[in-house]
Design a protein. Structure first.
Length: 58
């Protein structure tokens, strides 16, 4: 009887770990998509920042 409960608890723990990993991967993908969309919306901003950085180095 206790071994069945132990197996159930282990299965729940394994499932929870898998679910947390999937959630983290989904969150990371969403974050990267968000960054990519921001770069697509304002690509000129990055170029201006590069030019300004070059000016500051001189």
């Amino acid at each position: 009887e206790f071994s069945k409960e132990r197996e159930k608890a282990k299965a729940r723990g394994d499932f929870q770990k898998l679910r947390e990993k999937q959630q983290l991967e989904e969150d990371l993908k969403g974050y990267l998509d968000w960054i990519t969309q921001a770069e697509d919306i304002d690509p000129d901003n990055d170029e201006e920042g590069d030019q300004e950085a070059k000016r500051n180095r001189m």
